[in-house]
Design a protein around this ligand. Structure first.
Ligand code: ASP
Length: 305
């Protein structure tokens, strides 16, 4: 990988993706081989929005590599509440740490922040924009369960505000995939994303009804309706509760179907699905550790790939 920062999955080539996934697979197979290799390395965590998995898995990944983290903590208890700009904050924290992980409610925040720092900056989600590290663990999970080429995937839910969807859709254009997007019309993919996907030569189709495609899918990627991004709560109420799946919905699915979700789920997947062979979302979340260890290794280390 030859990147200064990781901002969006658009910047990732097939080779970049395979480098990360192969390294993650090596680490997953033999974690003790890298334990302690980054002793003395410090990762700065700047989370301006809630996070459980992303933040804790970056912390776990850094610690499993022997390093440590420094965490800005909650926005309310930091100088952000005194009016400090993001540009100033990242310029200060880069002096304390070897790399930065940033989550921010504003789309484009990671791009802007990266222009002010020399240490690697990793985008851990910028508003409704992108979430490239989630994409890498999604791709890892897809590769393990269904393979990345000759793949038919359905991506369902909030395609408008779901940053994990945008990142995944772009990254999948590096592979031979057919992408079906299932949502209410009001939550369809942004038109510029549709345009870009067509430009990249990927086969995409949009649907309002899962039943239209379910039986053709290798992977069904379910997402949460992003309540916090709706400018109008009434609009949220209109679509909340749509696009839920349960065991009955899945009757038409292929036996090999892999169901994924970036989590947290609200009510999109009934708990009864958890015990089926389809459910892969907890495995997907666990894959965040080797994938983020691999990423940190590639950004911080000497690995010549
Ligand atoms: N955890 C994911 C994200 O930060 C998905 C979600 O919040 O629905 O984008």
């Amino acid at each position: 990988m030859r990147h200064d920062h990781l901002i969006t999955s658009k910047q990732l080539s097939r080779e970049d993706i395979e480098t990360v996934l192969d390294r993650a697979a090596e680490i997953a197979a033999e974690p003790e081989a890298v334990a302690g290799t980054y002793e003395g390395t410090l990762l700065g965590l700047l989370f301006y929005e809630p996070s459980t998995r992303t933040k804790m898995s970056f912390e776990t990944a850094m610690k499993r590599l022997g390093g440590d983290v420094v965490d800005m903590g909650a926005v309310e208890s930091s100088s952000v509440s005194k009016g400090e700009t993001l540009a100033d904050t990242v310029r200060v924290i880069e002096g304390y740490t070897d790399a930065l992980v940033l989550r921010h409610p504003r789309e484009g925040a990671a791009t802007m922040a990266s222009e002010f720092v020399d240490v690697p900056l990793i985008n851990a989600g910028d508003g409704a924009g992108h979430h490239p590290t989630q994409t890498l663990l999604d791709l890892y999970t897809i590769r393990e369960n269904a393979g990345l080429d000759d793949l038919t995937i359905g991506i369902m839910g909030d395609l408008k505000y779901g940053r994990t969807v945008h990142s995944l859709a772009y990254a999948l254009t590096n592979f031979d995939t057919t992408q079906h997007f299932i949502s209410p019309t009001s939550l369809q993919l942004p038109r510029e994303v549709v345009y870009d996907l067509h430009q990249r030569g990927t086969s995409i189709k949009e649907h309002e009804d899962l039943a239209a495609v379910l039986e053709t899918l290798d992977v069904l990627y379910v997402t949460r309706i992003q309540q916090e991004r709706f400018p109008d709560k009434e609009e949220y109420r209109k679509v909340a509760g749509q696009y839920q799946i349960d065991v009955e919905t899945l009757e038409a699915a292929r036996d090999e179907l892999t169901i994924m979700h970036p989590l947290p789920r609200v009510n999109e997947i009934a708990p009864e699905v958890d015990g089926t062979e389809y459910a892969t979302y907890f495995e997907q979340a666990h894959n965040g550790i080797p994938v983020r260890m691999a990423l940190l290794d590639l950004f911080l280390g000497e690995t010549d790939e």
